[in-house]
Design a protein around this ligand. Structure first.
Ligand code: OGA
Ligand code: MN
Length: 280
């Protein structure tokens, strides 16, 4: 049966059917999946049954995998797999609970951020625990030309610890090794290497400030841009079912978790993170 791609919203997101990711994929089929990712920025493949090895093998088709610095959250024997989980085993967390409860793109606080992430939902709450996605290409394209022109020349600073400030994310453990990460700089606008679209590369979680502008300009600019990027009409909201594999393009969107479920509702997922080999 041929692969089918059904768009989830007019702006981003698509569901792909008729594919079994537990088996090695032919090159032509993988190209179709990658094309769908580039076109829709986030793709959902339901009803999968993956071992750690099959999740790693599928993820590696997109590029080399990165090992997360939060060692406690890595799966035993499979350090490429980072566990998102609110479950405990013998009193120890089985992964990182309530991760990413703020708009962000993965690893923008690194010199080499991530190209994309693959998240496999193993146990999901009865309701709640959705993930939100918003296109940073669409956000750029819907700005006026004078503002686009100004942003094209700007650079911003990113810092992991920024996500913890201001009490926005009270459920995050304060002793993260990531807190020691230094500030890094990225252009505010990057051209996507595969789609050729310009994308805003700033996010509420990790972007501290735009360089070379005054404090009040910075505050106003970031507040305006973050509001513009997260309007409800441009957001795709993913409602998880167990067996979902969601692949997103960190170059072309921002995302966030919604921690509206309690610890009586297990949410247990395996994530891989793909390295971005392009230079901007
Ligand atoms: C992530 C992330 C949000 C969620 O895994 O990078 O931000 O809903 N997850 O689990
Ligand atoms: Mn994330």
């Amino acid at each position: 049966m041929p692969l089918t791609v059904s768009p989830a919203t007019p702006i981003l997101g698509a569901e792909i059917s008729n594919v079994d990711l537990s088996k090695p994929l032919e090159d032509a089929l993988f190209r179709e999946i990658n094309d769908a990712l580039v076109q829709h920025s986030v793709i959902v493949i339901r009803d999968q049954n993956l071992t750690p090895v099959s999740l790693i093998n599928f993820s590696k088709r997109f590029g080399p995998l990165m090992i997360h610095v939060l060692k406690d959250a890595l799966l035993d024997n499979y350090p490429e797999i980072y566990r998102l989980s609110n479950k405990k085993k013998n009193g120890n967390p089985e992964g990182r609970a309530y991760a990413g409860q703020y708009w962000h793109s993965d690893l923008t606080y690194e010199v080499n951020p991530s190209m994309g992430s693959v998240l496999y939902g193993i146990e999901v709450p009865e309701c709640g625990g959705d993930t939100l996605f918003s296109s940073t290409a669409h956000a750029y394209e819907t700005l006026s030309e004078p503002i686009q022109n100004m942003l094209n020349y700007l650079t911003a600073e990113h810092l992991f610890a920024h996500a913890f400030r201001g009490g926005r994310n009270s459920k995050v453990r304060p002793k993260d090794p990531l807190n020691d990460r230094p500030l890094v700089e990225h252009p505010v606008v990057r051209t996507h290497p595969e789609s050729g679209r310009k994308c805003l590369f700033i996010n509420e979680g990790f972007t501290v400030r735009i360089k070379g502008v005054t404090l009040s300009e910075n505050r106003a600019l970031l507040a305006f841009l973050f509001a513009h990027m997260t309007r409800p009409e441009v957001v795709y909201r993913h409602k998880w079912q167990s067996g979902d594999v969601v692949v997103w393009d960190n170059r072309a969107l921002i995302h966030r978790g919604v921690g509206d479920y309690g610890n009586d509702q297990p949410r247990h997922m395996h994530r891989t993170t793909i390295e971005d080999l392009s230079t901007y």
